[in-house]
Design a protein around this ligand. Structure first.
Ligand code: FMN
Length: 355
């Protein structure tokens, strides 16, 4: 474990040693990965969108049992029980609340009142401006090369527009895997980097080894962005199933969608009423159609089948393009040490160009 080499507004804000964030990835960012990251000096974020309320509480307790370092929880801002989940973070003294989509201003205010750092993920400068105006402490910006739900603009262009739009710390995500990327992000003016796919491919991630091997075999052009899984652009590994989904009609996809909705209802323990409430909230916040909302129920079960059960015939494997340059499975500690050491070297080298 190395000492602090880079002190940034992110390390100061959150109290971590290194400006490296392990992002919240459904079914992937569990207690083991999060605590390994925290113990290595990075900011680990638990993914709670795929957990029931009780599972989230259990996961928080487990992380706290494995580390005394700060960590975060990623929440779906549009979940019916988002406020109750925020109360859980407050109760357990979780340091960071990360959000997919913008949380409501009241929720931000409540978390901040209790010293929880609020860091929504955003995909456009105008959204960064909006949440900063509502009091967010930092934002994570994910460029189009990133895994999971993603936008069309690459990190190299999105990041500077977000940095120009807000004065709060910005964490850059999408396409990062090594110290050169961290040095580059800091040179842009970011306060750190967030990495998803790179942390999925560590020895500390609980993804089955056979699935990790599938990722390691992939090249730079082996991911695809499809809206056919849940109606939103989603970057994942190109597999036979994804190609089939891309080609199939909406009517043909509806059968499996209904089956997966039933599975999701069973796994999540949610009632039809709660599911419908979540659906209405999604419709209101994201303007999704009914068909898209039904498709949205696909995502958790399809990701589970792929990432937890390793069944690529029924499941999908979310991934960033960065998968094409990753060929090993270091521990979180090895990974963070080498990212930070290399970033410091690159910044020193670049500094030597100054005349
Ligand atoms: C397997 C996987 C699952 C993900 N699940 C979520 C999620 O549940 N919530 C979220 O906000 N982002 C999710 N993401 C996006 C990541 O948190 C992160 O922003 C992205 O992976 C960064 O790009 P990179 O993969 O190039 O590092 C997921 C990404 C992957 C690869």
């Amino acid at each position: 474990m190395i000492e602090q080499l880079l002190r940034t507004p992110l390390t100061d804000l959150v109290g971590v040693r290194h400006p490296v964030v392990q992002t919240g990835m459904g079914w992937v960012s569990g207690p083991r990965l999060v605590s390994a990251t925290a113990n290595a000096g990075g900011l680990g974020i638990l993914a709670s969108a795929t957990m029931t309320f009780d599972e989230l509480e259990k996961a928080i307790v487990e992380v706290k049992g494995r580390t005394e370092e700060p960590f975060g929880v990623n929440l779906r801002a549009d979940a019916g029980d988002a406020a109750a989940r925020c109360d859980l973070l407050i109760e357990y003294g979780v340091k960071v609340a990360s959000f997919a989509l913008a949380p409501k201003p009241e929720l931000i205010a409540r978390l901040k009142e209790h010293d929880v750092v609020v860091m929504p993920s955003i995909g456009a400068a105008k959204h960064a401006k909006k949440v900063a105006g509502w009091g967010a402490d930092a934002v994570m910006v994910q460029g189009g090369e990133g895994g999971g739900h993603t936008g069309p603009v690459p990190t190299t262009l999105l990041l500077p527009t977000v940095l120009d739009a807000v004065d709060i710390p910005v964490v850059a995500a999408g396409g990062f895997f090594d110290g050169r990327g961290l040095a580059a992000a800091l040179s842009y003016g970011a306060a750190g980097v967030g990495m998803g796919t790179r942390f999925l491919l560590t020895s500390d991630s609980a993804v089955p080894d056979a699935v990790k091997r599938l990722y390691l075999e992939r090249g730079l052009t082996d991911t695809v962005v499809t809206a056919k899984v849940d109606g939103m652009p989603h970057r994942m590994l190109r597999t036979a199933l994804v190609e089939e989904l891309e080609e199939s009609s909406a009517v043909r996809r509806m059968g499996p969608t209904l089956r997966r909705t039933l599975e999701f209802k069973r796994d999540s323990g949610m009632s039809w009423r709660e599911l419908a409430k979540d659906g209405r909230e999604m419709k209101k916040q994201q303007g999704r159609t009914l068909g898209q909302m039904a498709l949205a129920a696909n995502t958790p079960t399809m990701l589970k089948a792929g990432l937890v059960e390793g069944d690529t015939s029924a499941g999908v494997l979310a991934s960033g393009q960065v998968v094409g340059v990753i060929d090993d499975l270091p521990s979180c500690e090895e990974l963070i040490d080498r990212v930070v050491t290399r970033a410091a070297e690159e910044l020193r080298r670049a500094g030597s160009y100054l005349s």
